[in-house]
Design a protein around this ligand. Sequence first.
Ligand SMILES: Nc1ncnc2c1ncn2[C@@H]1O[C@H](COP(=O)(O)OP(=O)(O)OP(=O)(O)O)[C@@H](O)[C@H]1O
Length: 246
Amino acid sequence: MSKPVLSLKGLHREYDVGDGRKLTVLKGVDLAVMPGELVGLIGPSGSGKSSLLHAVGLLEAIAEEPKKGRRATSQAVVDELLIDGGDFAKANDAARTQARLHKIGFVYQFHHLLPEYTALGNVALPQRLIGRPQKDADARATELLTALGLAERLEHLPAQLSGGEQQRVAVARALANRPCLLLADEPTGNLDPATSQQVFEALKAIIKAQGVGALIATHNLQLATHMDRVVRLEDGKLVEIKPETA
Ligand SMILES: Nc1ncnc2c1ncn2[C@@H]1O[C@H](COP(=O)(O)OP(=O)(O)OP(=O)(O)O)[C@@H](O)[C@H]1O
């Protein structure tokens, strides 16, 4: 049996909110994501979905749970954080940066494409950052953009693309370096329902084809019903629910 691309145990996160007060958002989150699996992350506004993605995406330093004594505060704390089998529970900045470049792809609500680069250029760029030759980077970008239905849009600038097309370029960019894990925060939140469904279907197809595990935060319960699994944040913990009842 294949190994999880993400194995998370005991994630806690609290924030300092002034006057010595703390807001505890995540209270022991456990989650495993398998290769090719699409997991929907739902929960009310403020329940901690972005905080969870932030920690799993190694966008902040993480501390391993001290076995004894007081827990470190105002920092994500975990018992275990394995990505592609590698231990990132206490990874330093350099290790987290490398993992973000090689192992994790991100898609946000807004595409954040570079306006002066074409669709092809935007998808080639992260590959150039890890030293892939231009020819190979362009070939991979063309392959991904074609798979996402954008073969006729390779040379378009972001401003010349529709919202759904821009978001599909963002998906291609996130997958450019062959990550094992895709993290998405409201990837279709800025799109109308029909376009949202199209972008989601394109994302799902490519996740399955490339065997990438995906964790997708969404308020769109209709989309959640099309995921393999759905987990809901409730009072700082994850509860597994049936996709059809999301
Ligand atoms: N840097 C911070 N400092 C203090 N509080 C924070 C910080 N970041 C987030 N919070 C608080 O933590 C809680 C969870 O925020 P988070 O953005 O993770 O929720 P969310 O589920 O993603 O919300 P939404 O669906 O509205 O995007 C919120 O109450 C938020 O105000």
